[in-house]
Design a binder for this molecule. Sequence first.
Ligand SMILES: Cc1cc2nc3c(=O)[nH]c(=O)nc-3n(C[C@H](O)[C@H](O)[C@H](O)COP(=O)(O)OP(=O)(O)OC[C@H]3O[C@@H](n4cnc5c(N)ncnc54)[C@H](O)[C@@H]3O)c2cc1C
Length: 447
Amino acid sequence: MGSTQLTGRVIFKGDPGYTEAIKNWNPYVDVYPLVFVFAQNSYDVSNAIKWARENKVPLRVRSGRHALDKNLSVVSGGIVIDVSDMNKVFLDEENAIATVQTGIPVGPLVKGLARDGFMAPFGDSPTVGIGGITMGGGFGVLSRSIGLISDNLLALKTVDAKGRIIHADQSRNEDLLWASRGGGGGNFGYNTQYTFKVHRAPKTATVFNIIWPWEQLETVFKAWQKWAPFVDERLGCYLEIYSKINGLCHAEGIFLGSKTELIRLLKPLLHAGTPTEADIKTLYYPDAIDFLDPDEPLPGRNDQSVKFSSAWGHDFWSDEPISIMRKFLEDATGTEANFFFINWGGAISRVPKDETAFFWRHPLFYTEWTASWKNKSQEDSSLASVERVRQLMQPYVAGSYVNVPDQNIENFGKEYYGANFARLREIKAKYDPENVFRFPQSIPPSR
Ligand SMILES: Cc1cc2nc3c(=O)[nH]c(=O)nc-3n(C[C@H](O)[C@H](O)[C@H](O)COP(=O)(O)OP(=O)(O)OC[C@H]3O[C@@H](n4cnc5c(N)ncnc54)[C@H](O)[C@@H]3O)c2cc1C
C-alpha cells in the first residue's frame, strides 16, 4: 500500500451512486469497477493515477461514457477516473479560442458556442464526451467546412503516467499535441483541458432531411456516393440505411449557404428514387444546430446493446459491396441494424496525412455498420453479423476509425493509424514508457 489518498468524488463498489456510475451509453461494455473517482480538478486525476500504481490496480479514464467496445473507458475490478464533473467552458471571443474542460458533452458545448456566435465541428450525438471524441479525430457534418475536432485542437492539459500535470501546445511537448490529434483516447495521458480554435458562425444555415423507402437503397446509395464526396464543401451530409424490418433510407445535413443554392446542389440526390419526405429550411444558426443535434437522454438510460465496426470507402462501391450491405440489413433480426455514411473531403483532406496523428484524409466517405439487441439471446448472432460484414467488406474498404473501434481487428495499428503508427509508438515510449495506460488495442511503446 502506498501513501496517496484518493481525492474528488470517490465512489467505491457498494457506495450510493455506484449503480448509476457503472452505466454506459452501450450496456454491452458495462463491467463492475472497484472504484470511480469523479475528478474535480487535475490534482484529483493525478492522485488517482498514483493511487492506482501504488495499489497495482488497473486504471481507465472516462468522459462521456460512449466507448463503443469493451474495457476502453471502464475496467473490471479497477479504478475509473471520470472527468465528467469538469465541464466548464471559457470562450475568448476576441481571439476565437475556447478552452474547455474535458468532461463536457459535445451537445452543450456546440450549442453554447452557437448561441455565442461561434461554430465548432460536432458529432451526431449531443451526449458524446469531448474527452474521448477529440482524441480520435471527431467528425460531423461541419467537418468539410472547418475540419475535424482534432484539427481544431490547439493545446491540452493532461496528467501523465507518473501523475505529473503537463501542457502540450506548439511550443511545449509538441509531439504530445501531434499524438493527441487523432492518436486515440487513453493512450498518452488523462486529459483535463482542451483549447480549441472556433469559427465565427454565419447568422443562418440551411438544413435538410430526406427520406426514401427502404427498397430504394441501391438507387439512393449509388446517387449519394457519386454526389456527396464532390459537392460544394460547405455541405455536409450523412446517409443512414436501416434494417429492412425498420425500413427506410435517411439523409440529413447542413449547408452553410442559402436554401435556393442548396436546392440546386441537392438535385442529384432528390432525383434519386422517389423521396417520401424532403424537408429543407434555413434557420437561425443555433436552431440549425438544435435541428441536427436534438437533445437526448444522458448515457446510461439506454437499454439497447450495440456492436459497431467502421471503415472508409476510397473508391465507388460496385454492386458487390452494395449487395453485402443489403443482405446484412435484410437478414438483421435484432432490435436494429444500420449502415451509416458521411461524406469526406474539403477541410479534412487539406491537412497532410502526417501533420497530425489522424491519417485517413482522402477517402470518399466514412462508413460504419451496427447491430443492436435488447435480449441477450440475440447477442451472439448480432456480433457475428457485424463481423461477417467486416470480413466480406475487406476488398472494398481500407482503414478503421479508432473512435469506432472493433476488437476483432488484429492489425489495428495499421487500420487505425496507417503510416502514423510508428511515430505514435515512439511518442508513447516517451510519455508512458512503462505502458501504464494499457487497454485493448492501446498503442504499445516502441521500446
Ligand atoms: C451515439 C454515438 C454517436 C457518435 N457520433 C459520433 C460522431 O458523430 N462523430 C464522431 O467522430 N464520433 C462519434 N461517436 C464515436 C465517439 O467519438 C467515441 O465513442 C468517443 O470515444 C466517445 O468519447 P466519450 O468521452 O463519450 O467516451 P468514453 O467512454 O468516456 O471514452 C472513450 C475513449 O476515450 C478515452 N477518454 C475519455 N476521456 C478522456 C480524457 N479525458 N483523456 C484521455 N482519454 C479520454 C477513454 O479512455 C476511451 O478510450 C459516436 C458514438 C456514439 C455512441
